[in-house]
Ligand binder design. Structure first.
Ligand SMILES: [Zn+2]
Length: 132
């Protein structure tokens, strides 16, 4: 299965243009190497040169997927923190530290999870971009 998180590119060995690498579906370069060896049959979209050395392929995060994903964590923070604030904090004459912590956690925890997810996605990209 193609990795939806990554977009694959190729810097052509012949014309040095960078263009989209069609047909790459491995999540790591090691797996691509095991399957095809050092040279892969991917055609440069500018000049048609093929085959290409495997280290001329690189991956970037697919922002069409990653951006909405990160926005959803920000929205979750806004929603959950806001919900807890309205429920426990507002108009509460007996405001206690516990309530402040609960509301803050409501805002922070989705952002923390989003940060963790982002760091995993960056690692996924790095593991493809390792040179062999
Ligand atoms: Zn080319």
């Amino acid at each position: 299965m193609r990795n939806p998180i990554l977009s694959y590119y190729l810097v052509c060995e012949s014309c040095k243009e960078s263009n989209k690498a069609k047909g790459v579906n491995k999540w790591t370069k090691q797996r691509l190497y095991k399957r095809h060896g050092s040279y892969v049959n991917i055609k440069c979209l500018s000049c048609g040169f093929t085959p290409q050395h495997i280290n001329r392929l690189y991956a970037e995060l697919n922002l069409k997927i990653v951006t909405p994903l990160l926005f959803s964590f920000a929205a979750a923070s806004y929603w959950l923190g806001g919900y807890l604030f309205k429920t426990y904090w507002r108009d509460n004459p007996m405001l206690e530290n516990d309530i402040i912590i609960i509301v803050l956690m409501g805002y922070i925890s989705p952002l923390a999870i989003g940060g963790l997810v982002l760091s995993m996605l960056v690692k996924m990209r790095e593991s493809f971009n390792i040179r062999i």
